[in-house]
Design a protein around this ligand. Structure first.
Ligand code: USQ
Length: 394
């Protein structure tokens, strides 16, 4: 299939280009390289060195024997998106090209508005470009499990049956996002759903959990094919941060009581799930929602797992509680469904501990890079806007 990846230079976009190409698909993509700028803006750096766009493209061609059409361009520029779709004629469009950080969206008014403007408008551009250039293409839109928040009931996959005053209906499950970033994804879900109704577009909205991992097998030994791995307070996600902290002997930073539960997913499983969604498109006008995660853990369970795996490779790890910079429930019910991808054939590829082990072995080579940027580990972006560094509370 011809698959277009919006956000092809990112943490997920680059490995997806490799994974889909290795599975026989033809890939093209666009990226404005903004993720590289955003991470630099907050003082971060990828723990694994990443190659320039040009070196990535050479390495890709050497490995797969074909060039990849990776254009630097802005998804906010409608003509750029539409012309690219007209040229490439994608059968599927995977939209990963958005600002992905909750803390970054909470910095101030400009970051909040910038996040929503970028994410909501670029998704609208992609919907319009599909309608006008490739109306039969399937949009695989990356959303987030965080759209649902943490309700005190089970979380279905997008829709649920409700009975109210004696009448029944199948309705979108309530979204109660916990950051301006997560809210932007809620708006995208609503806009995408509406577009499927009025234009008969095919769409899959992926409610993805927190991803962790340094590489996928298809990258082989060529370091130029590696993806980024961030550990700063904005772009580093929980497990990736914990692994980097373990490598340099920094205490693992549990926010608050550490009983927050989330769905987590290794990078290689995220790739496998996105491929399954691409290879099994819905019908015209169908709006599917997939909850995409492997396991739900509390942050404390994760920290303990990282500590146990780290000790197997000779690293001593301590765990500290920091006052929570976020406004979120620190202890709550969490029971999301995840049947749709299993129905399509998804099977978890590796157990969490073996992925953690591989991550720490990969990251050991980059200890000095992490140490040199250790100041980005302690958060000072707070949801209540008083900017002060979190302190150890236990
Ligand atoms: N947390 C800690 N310590 C840390 C970092 C995080 O205790 O050092 C806690 C947070 O308080 C939160 C949980 O871990 O309760 C998850 O935080 P995170 O930073 O790993 O994930 P989040 O901000 O929710 O966002 C990430 C990605 C985002 C994606 C989302 C999926 O950045 O793009 O949409 O995971 S989900 O969390 O399911 O909404």
């Amino acid at each position: 299939m011809r698959v277009f990846i919006a956000g092809i230079d990112g943490y997920l976009g680059w490995p997806l280009a490799i994974h889909l190409s290795a599975s026989g698909h033809e890939v093209a993509g666009a990226d404005l390289l903004l993720r590289r700028q955003w991470v630099a803006e907050v003082g971060g750096i990828s723990a694994q060195p990443i190659a320039s766009r040009e070196d990535r493209l050479s390495a890709f061609e050497e490995r797969f024997g074909k060039a990849i059409d990776f254009r630097v361009g802005d998804l906010m520029d409608y003509d750029f998106v539409k012309e690219f779709f007209k040229d490439f004629q994608p059968e599927a469009v995977v939209h990963l090209g958005q600002m992905p950080s909750a803390p970054y969206s909470m910095i101030d008014q400009a970051h909040c508005v910038g996040t929503q403007e970028n994410n909501v408008i670029n998704n609208l551009n992609i919907l319009w470009a599909i309608k006008e250039a490739v109306p039969d293409a399937h949009l695989v839109k990356l959303g987030t499990m965080g759209e649902y928040g943490t309700p005190n009931i089970d979380i279905p996959e997008g829709f649920f049956e409700v009975e109210f005053r004696g009448r029944r209906d199948r309705l979108p499950f309530p979204r109660q996002a916990g950051s301006w970033y997560h809210q932007s994804k809620v708006h995208d879900s609503h806009n995408t759903h509406f577009a499927t109704k009025i234009w008969d577009i095919r769409a899959t909205d992926i409610m993805q959990g927190v991803v962790f991992g340094t590489q996928i097998e298809e990258m082989g030994d060529d370091l130029r094919l590696r993806t980024r791995l961030d550990f700063d307070q904005c772009f580093g996600t929980a497990i990736n941060r914990f692994c980097c902290q373990a490598i340099i002997g920094h205490p693992l930073t549990l926010f608050g009581r550490g009983m927050q539960k989330r769905g987590f997913l290794p990078l290689l499983d995220s790739m496998a799930c996105l491929r399954l969604a691409v290879e099994n498109p819905p019908g015209p006008g169908e709006f599917r929602v997939f909850n995409q995660f492997e396991n739900a853990y509390s942050v404390t369970e994760l920290a303990n797992m990282v500590k146990a795996v780290a000790s197997e490779i000779g690293l001593e790890v301590t765990i500290n509680h920091y006052d929570n910079p976020r406004t979120e429930l620190e202890e709550h019910y969490y029971q999301p469904d995840r049947q749709h991808l299993i129905n399509l054939g998804y099977q978890p590829t590796r157990d969490t501990r073996s992925v953690l082990r591989q991550m720490m072995l990969d990251l050991q080579d980059n200890r000095e890079r992490i140490e040199a940027h250790a100041h980005v580990l302690i958060p000072d972006i707070r949801w209540d806007s008083s900017r002060r560094r979190s302190e150890i509370i236990g």
